[in-house]
Design a protein around this ligand. Structure first.
Ligand SMILES: [Zn+2]
Length: 334
C-alpha cells in the first residue's frame, strides 16, 4: 500500500492553507476597495439627484443662509446641475401715488346709504404660485379684491383667471406686455396693448375688460393718451394707499401692514375711498431664488404681502369697510 509521507503531506497542506489565506485577504482587500469606490460614486449621484429633485418641484427649499446657487458646488463637484435660472421679472416701478398739490375732495363719492367701501387691488399677475393663495385668504376672511392682470400672464394661467371669476373677485386690465417702453411709445401703442390684454381675458371669461390701471400709474398718461383711452371706452382706476411691496429692497409683512395703515389714515382724513395697491406679481420660471438676490427679494416681498393680508382685511373691517370690486363706478383715487 502506498502511504504518503505524513510529514510532507502536512507541510503541503499548511502551505496551501497559507496561500489560500493570502489569496482570501487579497480578494477581501480588492472587494473593500471596489465597494468604497462604488460608495463614493453613489454619494455623488445621490447629491446630484437631490438637487435635481428640488429644482424639478419648483418649490422653495429651506433657506440655509447660503445662496442656493452655491449648492452642489462645494468640494469642486462640477457634475451638479447649474443653479435655477435667475428669471427676474420686469422691474415693477410703481411709485407710491401722492396726492396732487391741491386735493379736491369733490371727487369723493360715498356709496348710497353711507356704506364705506374699500378696494383691495393686486397688480401684475396672475401667477400660479401666489394668486391662488391670495384667493384662499380672501375667501377665508370674507373679503374681495380686484386683480389688475397682465395679458401675457393671463395666457399662461387661464385656470387662475377662471378661479378669480368663480370666487367673485374682479379682473381689470393692466396691459398685455407691461413693457413701459412699448406701451408708452404712443397713444396707439397703449390702446393696442390694452386691447390685446382685453382680448386675452375675453378668450377665457367671455368678457372684455375696459377698466384698467396704467402700469406705473396714470401720471404716465399724457393728454393724447387720455383722449385715446376715452375714445376707446377705457376707464382708469388708480390707487391712494400702497403696501410698498414693489420696493426693490424687499419688504416685511409688518412693513406692508404699517404702510397700508398709515395710507388708510391719510385717505380717511381726506374723506377719500381707499384704493389699496398690492402685488400678486408676475409669473416666474422658478419660485426658488438665492436670498438677497433681486429675485429672492421679489419673492420674499410677495410672501410678506400674503402674511400681512389677513391683518389688512381685519383692519378694514374694524373701520367699517366693505370690499368693493373696481369698475366704472370706482371713485377717483384723489
Ligand atoms: Zn404693474
Amino acid at each position: 500500500m502506498f502511504h504518503p509521507p505524513v510529514k510532507t503531506a502536512e507541510i503541503m497542506s499548511k502551505r496551501c492553507l497559507v496561500s489560500s489565506r493570502i489569496l482570501t485577504a487579497v480578494l477581501l482587500l480588492l472587494l473593500v476597495m471596489l465597494l468604497a469606490g462604488c460608495g463614493q460614486k453613489a454619494a455623488v449621484n445621490r447629491t446630484a439627484s437631490n438637487i435635481a429633485a428640488d429644482q424639478s418641484t419648483g418649490q422653495p427649499v429651506e433657506q440655509t443662509g447660503q445662496p442656493a446657487g452655491d449648492a452642489g458646488t462645494a468640494g469642486g463637484d462640477r457634475s451638479a446641475p447649474p443653479p435655477a435660472p435667475a428669471s427676474i421679472p420686469r422691474a415693477e416701478a410703481e411709485p407710491a401715488a401722492a396726492p396732487p398739490s391741491s386735493v379736491s375732495t369733490s371727487v369723493y363719492r360715498p356709496a348710497a346709504g353711507g356704506e364705506k367701501k374699500a378696494y383691495l387691488t393686486f397688480d401684475d399677475g396672475p401667477n400660479n404660485y401666489f394668486t391662488p393663495r391670495i384667493l384662499d385668504i380672501l375667501k377665508a376672511n370674507g373679503a374681495r379684491a380686484t386683480f389688475m392682470v397682465v395679458g401675457s400672464n393671463v395666457v399662461k394661467n387661464p385656470d387662475i383667471v377662471r378661479l378669480i371669476v368663480a370666487d367673485g373677485d374682479g379682473l381689470a386690465n393692466h396691459t398685455y406686455s407691461h413693457d413701459y417702453k412699448k406701451i408708452y411709445a404712443s397713444p396707439q401703442a397703449f390702446i393696442a396693448d390694452l386691447n390685446r390684454c382685453s382680448e386675452a381675458v375675453q378668450a377665457v371669461t367671455g368678457q372684455p375688460v375696459k377698466v384698467f390701471r396704467a402700469p406705473g400709474g396714470p401720471q404716465n398718461l399724457k393728454p393724447a393718451f387720455w383722449q385715446a383711452v376715452k375714445a376707446n371706452g377705457y376707464y382708469s382706476v388708480s390707487w391712494n394707499v400702497v403696501g410698498g411691496d414693489a420696493s426693490s429692497t424687499g419688504v416685511t409683512a409688518e412693513q406692508v401692514y404699517q404702510n397700508v395703515l398709515s395710507g388708510l389714515d391719510r385717505v380717511e382724513k381726506l374723506h377719500l375711498t381707499p384704493i389699496i395697491l398690492l402685488h400678486d406679481g408676475a409669473q416666474l420660471d422658478t419660485w426658488n431664488a438665492p436670498p438677497g438676490s433681486p429675485l429672492g427679494r421679489y419673492i420674499e416681498s410677495r410672501e410678506a404681502v400674503l402674511r400681512a393680508l389677513p391683518q389688512i382685511i381685519d383692519l378694514l373691517k374694524s373701520r367699517g369697510y366693505t370690499f368693493a370690486i373696481a369698475d366704472q363706478n370706482t371713485p377717483a383715487a384723489w
